[in-house]
Design a protein around this ligand. Structure first.
Ligand code: TMP
Length: 212
């Protein structure tokens, strides 16, 4: 059986990745495809424990950028080998909410860690399996902040990344756009303005191209 397709959803905070991932899963399932949805950091019990540390660690002991990078990659390594690669081998389509382009944007561009090191770790952790298609849901930082801010108020939870400065998030957005420019076959920028249905129409065009 042919390997399944691996599709990732990226973008700044509040761009609506999770909603689009859900709509995408419904769409593909309605075409009788076997689909699993997952997320990073996380996706397995062990990787979800690392997610908890990465998202909400606070207190006197600082979580250093280098440690953050290695924990992200550790979570990814576990997630790939435990869940994603076996699912792809079974012929499942895997939809993942964030993947290694987030490491390039957040730990690379925004935290300023060496790009070559990040590229090497991304490939090592992912077992050299690249996504077949990546959507970058693009939204200006202010709109993303407003949406993410509302979400945080509702959830009532401290989030280390959402608490970062505007200039941090500007660097994240610029980095995503640069990745898309450098890898235009794999990475598609999708305007995240509009209703979820309007945004999904933009995504569906690329899905139809992928499956012909
Ligand atoms: P989210 O799933 O709610 O988007 O939260 C995940 C957070 O983790 C988000 O702020 C981006 C961040 N992140 C990184 O910094 N590096 C990574 O490699 C990944 C996967 C996520």
């Amino acid at each position: 059986m042919a390997d399944g397709k691996f599709i990732t959803f990226e973008g700044p905070e509040g761009a609506g990745k999770s909603t689009q991932l859900k709509l995408c899963a419904e769409y593909l399932r309605s075409r009788n495809m076997e689909v699993i949805t997952t997320r990073e950091p996380g996706g397995t019990p062990l990787a979800e424990q690392l997610r908890g540390i990465l998202k909400t660690h606070s207190g006197d002991e600082k979580l250093h950028p280098e440690t953050e990078l290695l924990l992200m990659e550790a979570a990814r390594s576990q997630h790939m080998r435990e869940l994603i690669l076996p699912a792809l081998e079974r012929g499942c389509t895997v939809l993942c909410d964030r993947f290694y382009d987030s490491t390039t944007a957040y730990q690379g561009a925004a935290r300023n860690i060496d790009r070559k090191l990040i590229d090497d770790l991304n490939l090592f952790a992912s077992g050299f399996r690249k996504p077949d298609l990546t959507f970058i849901l693009d939204l200006d930082v202010e709109s993303g902040f407003r949406r993410a801010g509302k979400r945080a108020e509702t959830a009532g939870e401290y989030d280390r990344f959402e608490a970062e400065t505007r200039s941090f998030h500007l660097r994240v957005r610029e980095a995503f756009l640069a990745i898309a420019a450098a890898e235009s076959c794999r990475v598609k920028v999708v305007n995240a303005e509009g209703t979820p249905e309007e945004v999904f129409e933009r995504i569906a065009e690329y899905l139809n191209e992928l499956w012909g």
